[in-house]
Each structure stands twice: as structure tokens, then as C-alpha cells.
Write a protein that binds this ligand. Structure first.
Ligand code: ZN
Length: 262
């Protein structure tokens, strides 16, 4: 896991537009679907740009300053709803900041690195320090007919990385005691809370795309905060799948914990 704060490198893009006096009201999360993004986002025929590019090693490239709008989410089909106000097309660029996660966007666990996600969490917190408690939204949500990025990364997951980055002392140190009765899975030395989150995420995504955008039926494995596997057993899978919607995920986690360590 990379350390915080991440390395931030100034690397201005050639492309930007005028904010026309608007202030920043939301953060848009993207995935690049390519790995030569820095050069492309610096100069390209479509004049596409992004405020921040997050490389796979966690390095953040600052490409368009807050005083300007980046050309990242302003397609004619783009719609952003903030409160009861609707922003459309180019207006979306004027009221947003955003980041690209350098990623092949294959819908696999390898799409993002831990260092990258931690830098993303740090960046979201940093943006909120500057612009207030603004929401983070997926590009796919703004422009669902054209975009699916960032693949496999829900808003809840982005928020959980922001949370983790806000408590940088927590991950990575084996000296942190594990509280009793938490769901540290056999063979996993990582942090317990994240394995609980795996169970919670699995539960909440029943019937729909899960952690990495895969169908829940295929999601036997998830990684914890240290990139190690948390495995959901077939029995647990059945418990989770059959749990009524009224069962809160924490209760479900406790139930599974009890079965693992009676
Ligand atoms: Zn995008």
C-alpha cells in the first residue's frame, strides 16, 4: 500500500474551457480504458482533458486547475442532477472537477491497484477540503447511454476509500490489534473490517453487479485492504442470497461470524 499523501505532479493539459463563473459542485470519477493516458490527456485531437489523472502506482497528475473547467464530462448526452438543479452537456464540465483512474476497464479485480484507490480516496478528501462536502458521481451515471466508467467501482466503494485515506494510520500495520469476534478470515492477515465490508457488499449487491462489476454468482473472491483474498464460502453464499431484505448487513455479518467461530 502506498503511503499518504500521494505524490502529486503538476502536468498541465493543453485543453480546458471556461468555468463561466460557476463553482465546483461535484466530483466525477472516470476510468481511462488505456495505459498511455498522460500523453493523450495532455494533448489530443478531441481536446479531452481531466483535472487529475491517477496512475497505477498511485501518483496523481494535476492537469487542469480548479479555476478552469476540464473537458471530461460535457457530452451532449451528459446530465448531472445536484439538488433540484439539472446541468446538461457542457454545463456539467463547468460545475465539476474529476479524476481518471488509469485502468484497462476490463471488469476484473486487476482493473485498479490498491495504491491507486488509496490516492483516489485522498484526492476526494482533498477536493472536499477545497470545495465543501460535494458528492462524487460515476461518469456512467451522468452519461449512461455512452459510458460505463469507472467499471466496477460504485460510489459507496469510492466513499469507503475516502474514508480509509482519512485514517491513514489504520491500514497496513500488523501491530493493530484485531478486536475479538470480528471476521478475520482464515489465512488472511489483513484488516478485519474490510472482510466484513466484503460480506456487506456481497449482500447488498444480490441480484446485481457487485464489487468489480461482476455478477454476484461469480463473486467468490474479494480482496481485503491489503490486497489479500477474502473468500465467501458456498454456505455463506446461500445464507447471504437467502437473507430477507429486512436483515441489515451488519446483522448478517455477525451471523456469518458466529458460524465461522462458534
Ligand atoms: Zn469517463
Amino acid at each position: 500500500m502506498a503511503s499518504l499523501p500521494p505524490k502529486v505532479i503538476e502536468h498541465p493539459s493543453t485543453h480546458w474551457s471556461d468555468r463561466q463563473g460557476e463553482s465546483i459542485r461535484a466530483i466525477v470519477g472516470h476510468g481511462t480504458a488505456g495505459t498511455d493516458s498522460l500523453a493523450y490527456l495532455t494533448k489530443n485531437p478531441r481536446k479531452v482533458s481531466i483535472p487529475y489523472l491517477i496512475a497505477r502506482d498511485g501518483t496523481i497528475y494535476h492537469m487542469v486547475p480548479d479555476s478552469r473547467a476540464a473537458n471530461h464530462a460535457g457530452a451532449a448526452t451528459s446530465t448531472l442532477l445536484i439538488g433540484n438543479k439539472v446541468y446538461k452537456g457542457g454545463e456539467v464540465n463547468r460545475v465539476t472537477t474529476g479524476f481518471e483512474l488509469e485502468s484497462l476497464q476490463e471488469g476484473k479485480p486487476t482493473d485498479y491497484t490498491m495504491a491507486q484507490l488509496l490516492s483516489m480516496g485522498w484526492l476526494i478528501n482533498d477536493m472536499r477540503r477545497k470545495h465543501g462536502a460535494i458528492p462524487v458521481v460515476r461518469h456512467a451515471t451522468l452519461d449512461p447511454t455512452r459510458r460505463s466508467d469507472p467499471v466496477g467501482l460504485t460510489v459507496a466503494m469510492m466513499e469507503s476509500w475516502a474514508d480509509r485515506a482519512a485514517h491513514p494510520g489504520v491500514p497496513d500495520t500488523p501491530t493493530i490489534p484485531d478486536p475479538p469476534k470480528q471476521a478475520q478470515l482464515p489465512g488472511v492477515n489483513g484488516l478485519v473490517f474490510s472482510c466484513s465490508a466484503v460480506v456487506a457488499g456481497f449482500y447488498m449487491s444480490r441480484g446485481g453487479p457487485g464489487l468489480f462489476g461482476l455478477l454476484t454468482a461469480n463473486e467468490a473472491h474479494k480482496t481485503d485492504a491489503r490486497g489479500q483474498l477474502c473468500t465467501i464460502t458456498p454456505t455463506e453464499r446461500v445464507i447471504i442470497k437467502n437473507a430477507p431484505d429486512t436483515v441489515p448487513h451488519l446483522a448478517l455479518r455477525d451471523e456469518i461470524t458466529k458460524q465461522r467461530w462458534p
